[in-house]
Ligand binder design. Sequence first.
Ligand SMILES: [Zn+2]
Ligand SMILES: [Zn+2]
Length: 790
Amino acid sequence: MEKSFYFGPGIEAEEKKEYWHGDLWAESPLFGQEKITINREIYYPNEFIIYKENGKRRFGRIRSIVSINDELQIKIQRICTYYELPNNLHSNVHSITSESQLWLIDQHLEEGSIIANTYEIIKKVDITIVRDSTIITNSLFIKEILYKNNGHWKLRDATLDYMHPCEYSALSSPPSSYNNFRILKIFIDIYYDDFGTYRNTYHSLGGVYIQLGNMPFEMRKHLRNHFVLGFVPFGGCFKDFIHPFIKDMKQLEKGILMNIQGRDCWIIAGLECITADLPQGNDLTGCRTCLAKENATDITLDIASISRYHHITNIQFKNIFTALTLEERNNIAKEYGLQTSLPIFDQLQWERHLQSPQDIYHIIAGKTLKLLKLTITMLSPEGERNFIREWKSFEYPKQWSKLPNPISHLESFMMSDRIRLGMVMPFILNRSLTINCLKQQEMDKLQRRIKLNRNQVINAIIKCWAIVAKCSQLTFKISLTIDDRIELERYLKKEREALVELFDDFVGLPNLHASYHLSRHVRTFGTLVNTAVGTKEMVYRKNIEFDLLKYYTTLQAIRHLSDGGIDPRNLQHSVEFMNLFQDFSHLFKDWFIMESSETDNKEFKVCSPSSYFRNIMLRKPVSVRNTNIGIDTVSFRTDLALAYESFGYNSSLINKTCNFYEYASYIQDVHNAEVQCHLSIDDVVTIQVADYGESYAVIKGIFKHKSNDGYLYPFIYVDWFEDICKNHNRLECPIFVLRHDDTYCKIFPLTVIEKVQKVHFVHDCNSRCKDNHNLENKHYLRNDFFFKVI
Ligand SMILES: [Zn+2]
Ligand SMILES: [Zn+2]
């Protein structure tokens, strides 16, 4: 466990993926580096300092001690003086009471924080953040934060910010006799899902899971690494259920002695994040993160100044508890949008608003469903026909299971189905939606609303879908670079604008509003996927297993009855049933569950020219005639020779025979993890090409060839997608041309493949694509909305 787990300071990474890339890990003493010694002085996060920046002395506040390239550095929140305030704010500061007032710069602005080397730290300094009105004189103080709203500089009260984690959690050091023990800090993530409320199932059962944030993402996403704490029984009380866990956690926050593989360690665990999808969901109550109401989707919403903060909510709770009558108590609670009792997790050290993020799985699925419903309701009968035709014939990613009919079965769509349909909707609408496809009154309504002509309305709907789909894709990215984070923020804004502009139903919608908080969650937890509930997939899988079990039981019952068995309810043979089925009895004879219908096919093992690929098996031979590949051509032989050269075989080839197959499977080592891969004809693969980066190709043939030394090697024959550096005008996806000719080398060792089916290409249809795609048109769109739902 110790080897693969991460215990250490927060890491300032270019590309954020893990929990330790987020602010919370770095800043909280329960998880990150709690102190550092510089010039024999110990510095802690949340302390104020004087440091050197470009040779000048400045005030700053230590946010965290982070590791950059294995070296500890100091992340500082910048502070400005009166003279450094933007000019337009000088008048806002009524009178300079003294030279002693300073301003914190919002740490999330680009100019809000800076990373300094330890030698740039000069000394500590006393600065007080004034959160109530009693100003302490004779000392430097801060009572306002400089920030930006909608591009304008503004000041807000210093109370309107999350406290530094050091202000609400403390690391208790182990007893002195344990001082030399290694301290391991564990990051606990808890997820409560009342899944009955979100699917059309009959039972409602709350599952509580925990995950360990110290696991790298690749490990954490596996099913076996979700630990089920238990299920809250029907009608049971969550508080009672969770009580023993809270008790343990309180102990763990203080630390316990544990022997790990023969070594005594001091273990500390802290609560990092709670994702709870309680029955009220996102749509019924106000926002749990801020105080937005009817204005929830306003473009100019000033989130920082309306956010809920733990220390402010504490005062509100106090007011609730001091109420004299029950009625008064309820009224106050209602006014604040709070419960009448403290959340049970308040017994632990946490910031209740910051550490209970909205779940992107619910947000995106909810938003997509709403947009689907609105779009489908607008369709005229012709629109429905066109839509269903394109929906049926669409070239879905191969690994998807069939989606239910969205017009008749929308209500039974599972969340993952909705998210998937969202990834292809822009293409389906782009193919099917014309001005006759909308009901007349809907078209009129939209024209009035957005003041555009009918063609522009159609364009606007398709573009809106493309923006929503792009937003989902960015939201679910498993790692985020700075550019990704900027793009995500830009797209979230575009999405709010587009949806609110087109549809009245989205105005003030809590699900859309929730996206306002996503950029904060990214900073706090590294990515959005980190706090997303992959567990839901597990719940689904569990349900699928349950369904299979049900089918299997039914089948067994039918067999039982047709074999002359007795149904205990009527205690006699079901004669009619037996008669009815005697002719079909063979149907029920040899039922068993197989992994795949091809398991009895012979497999051919071949050598691997790469140490990253093992166990390469070829299956299902096909004759070369059926492959449409000419193997007697000069270009085939040249390409094959080049492929051999790429792994160091330079002699001319003796053997001419190539045996083709439909499938290949192999084990690939990716970042020290073993990945079982399957490849088949027509799959799109990603290949890294020197000087070009990531390139895409379609597998046209998989074959083995005997080298001069008698070993059999696997090769692929491909058609390349050529990037023509142009984007589709409505969907903004890049256009590629599928090259069938032999301008580019077409044969490679199978081991050049980087990824299989990780990208999705869609035909860029023209008017000649009628019942079938007109394949003379070789233009394809890369589906930039495609992602794997974890
Ligand atoms: Zn909010
Ligand atoms: Zn087409």
